[in-house]
Design a binder for this molecule. Structure first.
Ligand SMILES: [Zn+2]
Length: 83
């Protein structure tokens, strides 16, 4: 899956790696990695988290973490789910 923010194109890679991080943002490689071994709500939160890092081009992890969790909670209550 591709994601574009401004003039920056990212390759979003979905991987299954038990015991590893939930997600990763590599600005240098322009790759967002989402670990799909977690439950669907954590995957949603991880996608938002890594996309926000890329969209805002910021390493402010604590700020992003709170925003991603709150948006994921909202969307989850609204019924958004993976197909
Ligand atoms: Zn982060």
């Amino acid at each position: 899956m591709k994601a574009r923010f401004g003039n920056r194109d990212y390759d979003v890679q979905y991987v299954s790696r038990p015991g590893e991080y939930d997600g990763e943002w590599s600005e240098l490689a322009r790759i967002l990695t989402i670990n799909t071994v977690q439950g669907d709500k954590i995957i949603l939160e991880t996608e938002l988290h890594e996309l926000l890092h890329a969209a805002l081009n910021t390493e402010l992890h604590a700020y992003i973490e709170t925003a991603a969790r709150q948006i994921a909670d909202y969307l989850w209550r609204r019924g958004y789910r993976r197909k």
